[in-house]
Design a protein around this ligand. Structure first.
Ligand code: 3EB
Length: 342
């Protein structure tokens, strides 16, 4: 049984020992000084919470006591059904190509290294299906070496998937890719033993089929993944933006972009229910992370989200950059697992 918990102030140490033993993975969103309270295994993401405490902990918990380890750059924990891993990669280590024929930018090489490492680990531990990946890319919209950094990331991700014999379209993981300021490339993920059902959005061109105007190598992610875990059916909705077809819409209008994100999520939820064969998921029973580019848009964005999802849903607002410079907000969701607010 997979649970999620969100901890105001990121204080895991005050939880009962039995609770702490079930931690599969934990993430601290906030300033680095707040991260120390998580204890291992934990990954720190420098995306600041916008409307509450200095730091928020996101914890994925299971009923068993997971085993843990480290493999190359990846720290991980796993139980019978799930593997949680994370890595924090310093691009400076990839400025010089490892071999003369290794092409591309440092970020591309760092990304390819991270993905090759995490897929190799997932293969070795026999969790061959990447279910959900969260990517935090420093300076995501900056252009360097003639290419926007998000596009460099996409090349590296696709290369690694290919190298490790994974599809780069169709059955690709659900994902979020947003920007953080300076610092390391941070990736965390969940992998499983059973293939998820990948879901696309009829209102949007699949990201893996975006035309080349958005980059020579398209982004390898699906719009959502429906995961069977024992009796649980869990939905991971990818980061969702104000994109219709393949175009960004409602430029410079944060409220309208938020409404469009939610229409997109609603369409994905409808697809998920169709695949699931039951109306399990609704906007009101998902839990959300909302990435806000400009802190001053928080009020507008939050009132649109509240209107659409109601007050029951858990929402975490984080400052982050979005993968296209014309996008002001991106929303991801998950559902079908219990959620604790602590
Ligand atoms: C989009 O729909 C918005 O590259 O992994 C959202 C979620 C976005 C994941 C990724 C990108 C990614 O194209 C951006």
């Amino acid at each position: 049984m997979l649970h999620a918990a969100y901890l105001r102030n990121n204080d895991l140490r005050h939880q009962p020992a039995a609770w702490q033993e079930g931690v599969l993975g934990s993430v601290c969103f906030g300033a680095s000084s707040e991260a120390s309270r998580s204890g291992p295994p934990s990954v720190w993401v420098p995306a600041l919470p916008l409307d509450q405490s200095l730091a928020v902990g996101e914890v994925w918990r299971v009923a068993d006591r997971p085993s843990s380890g480290r493999s190359g750059p990846i720290s991980y924990r796993c139980d019978d059904g799930l593997l949680f891993g994370s890595c924090t990669i310093d691009e400076a280590d990839f400025v010089i190509p490892a071999t003369p024929e290794e092409a591309g930018s440092a970020l591309q090489r760092a990304t390819a290294f991270a993905y090759r490492s995490l897929i190799a680990l997932a293969d070795r531990l026999q969790f061959p299906f990447l279910l959900r990946v969260w990517n935090f890319i420093p300076q995501i919209n900056r252009e360097c070496e003639g290419l926007e950094r998000y596009r460099q990331f996409n090349i590296g991700r696709q290369e690694a998937l290919q190298d490790r014999g994974r599809p780069t379209s169709g059955d690709v993981p659900a994902a979020t890719a947003v920007g953080v300021g300076d610092g390391a490339l941070i990736i965390y993920f969940l992998a499983g033993r059973i293939a998820p059902m990948t879901i696309e959005n009829p209102r949007q061109v699949s990201a893996f089929h975006y035309p080349s105007q958005y980059g020579v190598r398209s982004p390898s992610f699906s719009r959502a993944a429906l995961v069977q875990l024992g009796e649980q059916e869990i939905l991971f909705v990818s980061g969702t933006a104000s994109i219709v077809g393949h175009r960004s819409v409602h430029l410079d209008d944060a409220a309208a972009q938020t409404r469009e994100c939610l229409l997109n999520i609603e369409a994905v939820v409808t697809e998920a229910n169709r695949f699931s064969g039951a109306p399990r998921f609704a906007l009101s029973n998902l839990h959300y992370k909302i990435f806000v580019r400009r802190p001053q848009d928080l009020g507008l964005i939050r009132s649109e989200v509240r209107r659409a999802v109601g007050d029951a849903a858990h929402t975490l607002y984080l400052q982050a950059d979005i993968c296209r410079s014309d996008l002001l907000v991106e929303i991801e969701g998950s559902g079908g697992h219990p959620l604790e607010e602590l």
